[in-house]
Design a protein around this ligand. Sequence first.
Ligand code: F6R
Length: 238
Amino acid sequence: MEIFVVPTASATGSVAAGILAAVIRSKPDAVLGVATGGSPLPIYAALANHRLDMSSVRAFALDEYVGLPAGHPESYAEVVRREVTGRLHLDPANVAVPDGSAADPEAAAADYDAAIAGVGGVDVQILGIGHNGHLAFNEPGSALDSRTRVEVLTERTREANARYFSTPEEVPLRCITQGLGTILEARHLLLVVNGADKSGILAAALNGPVTSDCPGSVLQLHAHVTVVADEAAASQLA
Ligand code: F6R
Protein backbone atom coordinates (compact mmCIF):
# COMPACT_ATOMS: atom_id res chain seq x y z
CA MET A 1 0.00 0.00 0.00
CA GLU A 2 1.34 3.44 -0.85
CA ILE A 3 0.19 6.43 1.19
CA PHE A 4 0.59 10.04 0.10
CA VAL A 5 0.02 12.68 2.79
CA VAL A 6 -0.48 16.18 1.42
CA PRO A 7 -1.32 19.50 3.08
CA THR A 8 -4.83 20.16 1.79
CA ALA A 9 -7.94 18.58 0.30
CA SER A 10 -7.20 20.35 -2.95
CA ALA A 11 -3.75 18.73 -3.04
CA THR A 12 -5.35 15.28 -2.60
CA GLY A 13 -7.18 16.01 -5.84
CA SER A 14 -4.02 16.98 -7.72
CA VAL A 15 -2.09 13.90 -6.58
CA ALA A 16 -4.93 11.48 -7.30
CA ALA A 17 -5.62 13.12 -10.66
CA GLY A 18 -1.95 12.72 -11.59
CA ILE A 19 -2.21 8.98 -10.90
CA LEU A 20 -5.38 8.68 -12.98
CA ALA A 21 -3.94 10.75 -15.83
CA ALA A 22 -0.96 8.40 -16.08
CA VAL A 23 -3.30 5.40 -16.30
CA ILE A 24 -5.45 7.05 -19.00
CA ARG A 25 -2.40 8.06 -21.04
CA SER A 26 -1.14 4.49 -21.06
CA LYS A 27 -4.61 2.99 -21.61
CA PRO A 28 -6.94 5.40 -23.43
CA ASP A 29 -9.92 3.06 -22.95
CA ALA A 30 -9.29 2.66 -19.22
CA VAL A 31 -12.23 1.70 -17.03
CA LEU A 32 -12.56 4.02 -14.05
CA GLY A 33 -14.62 3.32 -10.97
CA VAL A 34 -16.02 6.64 -9.80
CA ALA A 35 -17.20 7.65 -6.34
CA THR A 36 -19.60 10.44 -5.46
CA GLY A 37 -19.66 12.43 -2.20
CA GLY A 38 -17.35 15.31 -1.37
CA SER A 39 -13.95 13.58 -1.17
CA PRO A 40 -13.38 12.93 -4.89
CA LEU A 41 -14.61 16.31 -6.15
CA PRO A 42 -11.08 17.83 -6.09
CA ILE A 43 -9.92 14.85 -8.19
CA TYR A 44 -12.44 15.48 -10.95
CA ALA A 45 -11.63 19.21 -10.93
CA ALA A 46 -7.89 18.52 -11.18
CA LEU A 47 -8.26 15.76 -13.78
CA ALA A 48 -10.22 18.10 -16.04
CA ASN A 49 -7.11 20.32 -16.18
CA HIS A 50 -5.02 17.50 -17.65
CA ARG A 51 -6.81 17.92 -21.00
CA LEU A 52 -6.65 14.22 -21.86
CA ASP A 53 -8.48 12.48 -24.65
CA MET A 54 -11.30 10.97 -22.62
CA SER A 55 -13.39 9.82 -25.57
CA SER A 56 -12.77 6.11 -24.95
CA VAL A 57 -12.58 6.16 -21.14
CA ARG A 58 -15.36 4.21 -19.46
CA ALA A 59 -16.71 4.74 -15.96
CA PHE A 60 -18.81 2.81 -13.46
CA ALA A 61 -20.26 4.53 -10.40
CA LEU A 62 -20.04 2.82 -7.04
CA ASP A 63 -23.61 3.20 -5.93
CA GLU A 64 -27.03 4.80 -6.30
CA TYR A 65 -30.04 5.52 -4.13
CA VAL A 66 -33.12 3.38 -4.66
CA GLY A 67 -36.40 5.18 -5.17
CA LEU A 68 -35.49 8.74 -6.13
CA PRO A 69 -37.45 10.00 -9.12
CA ALA A 70 -35.52 9.94 -12.41
CA GLY A 71 -33.58 13.17 -12.84
CA HIS A 72 -33.55 14.03 -9.11
CA PRO A 73 -30.55 16.35 -8.73
CA GLU A 74 -29.11 14.31 -5.84
CA SER A 75 -29.49 10.93 -7.51
CA TYR A 76 -25.99 9.67 -8.19
CA ALA A 77 -26.89 9.38 -11.87
CA GLU A 78 -27.29 13.17 -11.89
CA VAL A 79 -24.28 13.83 -9.64
CA VAL A 80 -22.09 11.69 -11.89
CA ARG A 81 -23.49 13.41 -14.98
CA ARG A 82 -22.61 16.84 -13.53
CA GLU A 83 -19.36 16.16 -11.69
CA VAL A 84 -17.78 13.41 -13.76
CA THR A 85 -19.25 12.98 -17.26
CA GLY A 86 -19.66 16.71 -17.81
CA ARG A 87 -16.43 17.94 -16.27
CA LEU A 88 -14.26 15.24 -17.83
CA HIS A 89 -16.04 15.23 -21.20
CA LEU A 90 -16.75 11.52 -21.06
CA ASP A 91 -19.09 10.00 -23.61
CA PRO A 92 -22.36 9.50 -21.66
CA ALA A 93 -22.73 6.13 -23.41
CA ASN A 94 -19.52 5.04 -21.65
CA VAL A 95 -20.74 5.91 -18.13
CA ALA A 96 -22.83 3.55 -16.00
CA VAL A 97 -24.63 4.08 -12.69
CA PRO A 98 -26.70 1.37 -10.96
CA ASP A 99 -30.38 1.71 -11.91
CA GLY A 100 -32.01 2.83 -8.67
CA SER A 101 -35.41 3.20 -10.29
CA ALA A 102 -35.49 -0.30 -11.79
CA ALA A 103 -38.70 -2.27 -11.20
CA ASP A 104 -36.46 -5.07 -9.90
CA PRO A 105 -33.47 -3.44 -8.16
CA GLU A 106 -31.93 -6.80 -7.18
CA ALA A 107 -31.85 -7.82 -10.84
CA ALA A 108 -30.41 -4.40 -11.73
CA ALA A 109 -27.66 -4.98 -9.16
CA ALA A 110 -26.76 -8.38 -10.62
CA ASP A 111 -26.79 -6.88 -14.14
CA TYR A 112 -24.38 -4.20 -12.95
CA ASP A 113 -21.79 -6.72 -11.77
CA ALA A 114 -22.16 -8.50 -15.12
CA ALA A 115 -21.63 -5.21 -16.99
CA ILE A 116 -18.42 -4.50 -15.08
CA ALA A 117 -17.17 -8.01 -15.83
CA GLY A 118 -18.23 -7.56 -19.46
CA VAL A 119 -15.75 -4.71 -20.00
CA GLY A 120 -12.95 -6.66 -18.36
CA GLY A 121 -13.19 -5.10 -14.89
CA VAL A 122 -12.24 -1.76 -13.40
CA ASP A 123 -8.68 -0.48 -13.88
CA VAL A 124 -8.72 2.15 -11.12
CA GLN A 125 -11.44 2.45 -8.51
CA ILE A 126 -11.73 5.84 -6.81
CA LEU A 127 -13.01 5.50 -3.24
CA GLY A 128 -14.01 7.69 -0.32
CA ILE A 129 -14.67 6.34 3.17
CA GLY A 130 -17.62 7.05 5.46
CA HIS A 131 -17.33 8.00 9.14
CA ASN A 132 -18.48 4.50 10.07
CA GLY A 133 -15.95 2.93 7.71
CA HIS A 134 -18.34 2.29 4.84
CA LEU A 135 -16.93 1.86 1.35
CA ALA A 136 -19.48 2.69 -1.34
CA PHE A 137 -22.66 1.95 0.66
CA ASN A 138 -21.26 -1.20 2.25
CA GLU A 139 -22.20 -0.43 5.82
CA PRO A 140 -20.59 -2.16 8.84
CA GLY A 141 -21.57 -5.83 8.84
CA SER A 142 -21.30 -6.17 5.04
CA ALA A 143 -19.65 -9.41 3.99
CA LEU A 144 -16.09 -8.91 2.79
CA ASP A 145 -16.90 -10.87 -0.38
CA SER A 146 -20.29 -9.20 -1.00
CA ARG A 147 -21.49 -8.47 -4.54
CA THR A 148 -23.46 -5.55 -5.96
CA ARG A 149 -26.83 -5.62 -4.20
CA VAL A 150 -29.65 -3.66 -2.61
CA GLU A 151 -28.85 -2.41 0.90
CA VAL A 152 -30.55 -0.43 3.66
CA LEU A 153 -28.69 2.77 4.59
CA THR A 154 -27.79 3.26 8.25
CA GLU A 155 -29.21 6.28 10.06
CA ARG A 156 -25.66 7.65 10.39
CA THR A 157 -25.16 7.59 6.63
CA ARG A 158 -28.60 9.09 6.00
CA GLU A 159 -27.74 11.90 8.45
CA ALA A 160 -24.36 12.48 6.78
CA ASN A 161 -26.04 12.69 3.36
CA ALA A 162 -28.92 14.88 4.54
CA ARG A 163 -26.74 17.88 3.68
CA TYR A 164 -27.56 17.28 0.03
CA PHE A 165 -31.37 17.21 0.50
CA SER A 166 -33.84 19.87 1.63
CA THR A 167 -35.08 17.73 4.55
CA PRO A 168 -33.46 14.70 6.26
CA GLU A 169 -36.58 12.62 5.54
CA GLU A 170 -35.94 12.98 1.81
CA VAL A 171 -32.76 10.87 2.02
CA PRO A 172 -33.71 7.46 0.58
CA LEU A 173 -33.80 4.43 2.85
CA ARG A 174 -32.19 2.03 0.39
CA CYS A 175 -29.47 1.96 -2.23
CA ILE A 176 -27.78 -0.28 -4.76
CA THR A 177 -24.11 -0.58 -3.91
CA GLN A 178 -21.18 -2.37 -5.44
CA GLY A 179 -20.18 -5.08 -2.98
CA LEU A 180 -16.88 -5.22 -1.15
CA GLY A 181 -15.97 -8.28 -3.22
CA THR A 182 -16.84 -6.38 -6.39
CA ILE A 183 -14.67 -3.43 -5.34
CA LEU A 184 -11.76 -5.71 -4.47
CA GLU A 185 -11.77 -7.02 -8.06
CA ALA A 186 -10.68 -3.61 -9.40
CA ARG A 187 -7.01 -3.73 -10.34
CA HIS A 188 -6.05 -0.58 -8.42
CA LEU A 189 -7.88 1.05 -5.50
CA LEU A 190 -7.38 4.80 -5.01
CA LEU A 191 -8.74 6.05 -1.67
CA VAL A 192 -8.94 9.78 -1.07
CA VAL A 193 -9.63 11.10 2.43
CA ASN A 194 -9.86 14.62 3.81
CA GLY A 195 -10.42 16.18 7.21
CA ALA A 196 -9.75 15.50 10.89
CA ASP A 197 -13.21 13.96 11.28
CA LYS A 198 -12.02 11.02 9.12
CA SER A 199 -8.69 10.51 10.95
CA GLY A 200 -9.98 7.88 13.40
CA ILE A 201 -11.76 5.77 10.82
CA LEU A 202 -8.86 6.00 8.37
CA ALA A 203 -6.49 4.68 11.05
CA ALA A 204 -8.97 1.91 11.92
CA ALA A 205 -9.27 0.93 8.26
CA LEU A 206 -5.56 0.87 7.49
CA ASN A 207 -3.99 -0.09 10.83
CA GLY A 208 -6.77 -2.01 12.61
CA PRO A 209 -8.02 -5.57 12.14
CA VAL A 210 -9.63 -6.63 8.85
CA THR A 211 -13.26 -6.94 9.88
CA SER A 212 -16.70 -6.37 8.45
CA ASP A 213 -17.24 -3.98 11.40
CA CYS A 214 -15.02 -1.59 9.42
CA PRO A 215 -15.67 -2.25 5.71
CA GLY A 216 -12.76 0.02 4.75
CA SER A 217 -10.38 -2.47 6.33
CA VAL A 218 -10.77 -4.66 3.21
CA LEU A 219 -8.25 -2.35 1.60
CA GLN A 220 -5.63 -4.31 3.51
CA LEU A 221 -6.55 -7.40 1.45
CA HIS A 222 -5.77 -5.79 -1.92
CA ALA A 223 -2.36 -5.90 -3.58
CA HIS A 224 -2.49 -2.44 -5.18
CA VAL A 225 -3.89 0.33 -3.00
CA THR A 226 -2.99 4.00 -3.09
CA VAL A 227 -4.23 6.26 -0.28
CA VAL A 228 -4.12 10.02 -0.73
CA ALA A 229 -4.95 11.85 2.49
CA ASP A 230 -4.63 15.38 3.74
CA GLU A 231 -2.59 15.93 6.91
CA ALA A 232 -5.68 16.20 9.10
CA ALA A 233 -7.08 12.85 7.90
CA ALA A 234 -3.67 11.16 8.19
CA SER A 235 -2.99 12.46 11.71
CA GLN A 236 -3.81 9.17 13.50
CA LEU A 237 -2.10 6.79 11.07
CA ALA A 238 0.56 4.52 12.60
C1 F6R B 1 -20.01 7.63 -2.68
C2 F6R B 1 -19.73 6.57 -1.75
C3 F6R B 1 -19.51 6.80 -0.28
C4 F6R B 1 -18.63 8.01 0.01
C5 F6R B 1 -18.49 8.18 1.53
C6 F6R B 1 -17.67 9.39 1.87
O1 F6R B 1 -20.18 7.11 -3.98
O2 F6R B 1 -19.69 5.48 -2.17
O3 F6R B 1 -18.93 5.66 0.27
O4 F6R B 1 -17.38 7.83 -0.57
O5 F6R B 1 -19.75 8.29 2.12
O6 F6R B 1 -18.38 10.53 1.49
P1 F6R B 1 -17.71 11.96 1.51
O7 F6R B 1 -16.62 11.94 0.54
O8 F6R B 1 -18.81 12.91 1.13
O9 F6R B 1 -17.23 12.17 2.93
